[in-house]
Write a protein that binds this ligand. Sequence first.
Ligand SMILES: Cc1cc2nc3c(=O)[nH]c(=O)nc-3n(C[C@H](O)[C@H](O)[C@H](O)COP(=O)(O)OP(=O)(O)OC[C@H]3O[C@@H](n4cnc5c(N)ncnc54)[C@H](O)[C@@H]3O)c2cc1C
Ligand code: FES
Length: 302
Amino acid sequence: MASSPPNDISIKTKKKASYVWSGTVRITQHEKIAKDTYHIRLECPTIASSAVPGQFVMMRLPGRESPLLGRPLALHDTVRHGGEATASEIDIVYIALGRMTRILSNFQPGDSIEVWGPLGNGFPPCQVPNLVLVSGGIGYTPFLAVTKEALKRCSYGRTSRETRVEKVVLCHGVRSSEYLPDLTPFSLAGAEVLISSEDGTVGQRGLVTEMLPEVLDRYQPNSACVFCCGPEAMMRVVAEMCALRGVPCFVSLETPMACGMGICFSCVARLRETNDANSEAWDFHRVCVEGPVFDASRVLFD
Ligand SMILES: Cc1cc2nc3c(=O)[nH]c(=O)nc-3n(C[C@H](O)[C@H](O)[C@H](O)COP(=O)(O)OP(=O)(O)OC[C@H]3O[C@@H](n4cnc5c(N)ncnc54)[C@H](O)[C@@H]3O)c2cc1C
Ligand code: FES
């Protein structure tokens, strides 16, 4: 049988060392929330109390050799029950599209799953008044925790992460209404929610990138920042729009991963050595430890 990592692992990057918990955890909730889309809640206090928005965990089906490798899934939110000083559970939202996630969708509350995390860098605390979140498909999942942290509804991680955000706009694009989960938690956290669908069955007809110029045009120079997650083609367009307007943009890359901890080099992406868009100097970087969130001006999209 394939082995799992030990319970505590230290990962060192050029900048810092971080600590990863690994183990087998209990599923406490599991429900379908849209077409092929599931919300799963896991009891893992060590990860829940230390994860920050934009980080991810690796999940692996226990006791199986196939699929052999874990899969990366973003932190959607953490759960703190009444009276608890720190969060004890994490929420993940995933789309059942391949081997691991299709099997996972049949797991029940009470079943177990192997998890290691928290992994990656997460989104930086935003230091301007307007935060625009742009997502396509399942790419919206990291943005609930981002919204709650930015609007000071909830704190994450073990250290203070101050933000200067006053307003959050979520621009979310889906193929059609059947893929749209309930986004009320974003509204309850204080975000303005704008929806687009490719077939016009919900929100504005078209691609989410078509609604972005109108949103960006609302803001004075140096007063907005964009966080983006979704299909790479969408992120490339968003990055170009932001670069044209001089708006800082951070993208969360979704490269396939095997270890999630910097060991296997299966997750590399091409990044410019500086954030000068005209620079031709680039190198491969590991998305799992140096990302998944990068300044979009450094990313060389394929
Ligand atoms: C940091 C990070 C966070 C992520 N967060 C989430 C999340 O919150 N929810 C979610 O549903 N998914 C998320 N993903 C994507 C998820 O890890 C993959 O879709 C995963 O491979 C699904 O596993 P599977 O075994 O079901 O599919 P597989 O059998 O592994 O693959 C199914 C199909 O998807 C393709 N594929 C596999 N991985 C990727 C990828 N990363 N990008 C594009 N195509 C791929 C394969 O080529 C294949 O065609 C994230 C990825 C990363 C890197
Ligand atoms: S997934 Fe192994 S190095 Fe990134």
